[in-house]
Design a protein around this ligand. Structure first.
Ligand SMILES: NC(=O)c1ccc[n+]([C@@H]2O[C@H](COP(=O)([O-])OP(=O)(O)OC[C@H]3O[C@@H](n4cnc5c(N)ncnc54)[C@H](OP(=O)(O)O)[C@@H]3O)[C@@H](O)[C@H]2O)c1
Length: 263
């Protein structure tokens, strides 16, 4: 299989990349930092692509590169993310940073890669979300009026789950499944260290949950679902994920900020 995983230079992404390479899969490892990507190549002999996902123009260029370089893509794993620590920041396109990196980058990348995924069917999109979810307040979706890091993170993670539901519906019957998951709680990674909280689970636990969504044949027909760790049955996300009106508003907002960023 050919598997593109974003945020492969650290934490969960690095763990999953290592497991997949050791299992003989062709991994396209994405990162933003050229030196960290070089280290990954030295360690794993993996193919790499570079893009700062905090700039939608770079996400767009990354999609161009994947479409030009690869004839097939079996799985896209949107894993890259930033945690809740620190003040409000904006992306290169002036968008609240957690919304931009955790959600919009994966949204745009997946949509740009749909033609390659459908041409490679059966294929999968795996969105690494979180159990930390918070309803999006459409009066202030980019948290310009009041900011809280945990809320920014949790809104971006719910947005990923809402997008999962929409894309799964759009691709139903085309051989591409789209699912999201909470990998595990407080794994020992950089974002958890930065949040200053204690570790509760291991990379092996979260990694196993992600690897299952990538490879488990039993999930071949499952789409639009949200999983909590390695639990066999889907879990229920925040109820806003099941609100078609909220999903429509999120999609409209996403399309308008992406169009503006790329204009
Ligand atoms: N850790 C947990 O307990 C936990 C729980 C639930 C969900 N998750 C989710 O799991 C995923 C992975 O998190 P993690 O814990 O492994 O975090 P991590 O160790 O902090 O790794 C984050 C990865 O994302 C990359 N990244 C961050 N900003 C980027 C940007 N602007 N452009 C490109 N890449 C960027 C980082 O690149 P660099 O290497 O260059 O920094 C790194 O590879 C995230 O989506 C997170 O929300 C984690």
């Amino acid at each position: 299989m050919t598997i593109l995983i974003t945020g492969a230079t650290d934490g969960l992404g690095r763990y999953v990349t290592t497991e997949l390479v050791n299992a003989g899969e062709q991994v396209i490892a994405h990162g933003r930092n050229p030196l960290r990507l070089q280290e990954l190549r030295d360690e794993l002999a993996v193919e790499t692509v570079q893009a700062d996902l905090a700039d939608l123009r770079e996400v767009d260029r990354l999609a161009d590169e994947i479409l030009a370089r690869y004839e097939r893509l079996d799985v896209l794993v949107n894993n890259a993310g930033i945690g809740s620590a620190g003040p409000r920041e904006e992306s290169a396109n002036g968008i609240e940073l957690r919304f931009a990196v955790n959600y919009l980058a994966g949204y745009h990348l997946a949509r740009r890669l749909v033609p390659l995924l459908t041409a490679s069917a059966p294929a999968r999109v795996v969105n690494v979300a979180s159990i930390g979810q918070r309803e999006i307040d459409f009066a202030d979706p980019l948290l310009e009026q009041s900011y809280d890091g945990s809320r920014a993170y949790a809104q971006s993670k719910l947005a990923q789950i809402m997008f999962t539901v929409d894309l799964a519906e759009e691709l139903r019957g085309q051989g591409v499944t789209v699912n999201s998951l909470h990998p595990a709680s407080y794994m020992p990674t950089t974002m958890v260290r930065q949040a200053g909280v204690g570790f509760l689970s291991t990379l092996e636990e979260g990694g196993a949950a992600v690897l299952r969504l990538i490879t488990d044949p039993a999930l071949a027909g499952v789409t639009g679902a949200y999983f909590n760790g390695s639990a066999p049955s889907p879990a229920r996300p925040n109820r806003q994920a099941n609100d078609p009106d909220a999903r429509r508003r999120l999609q409209d907002l996403s399309e308008s900020v992406i169009a503006k960023a790329l204009s």
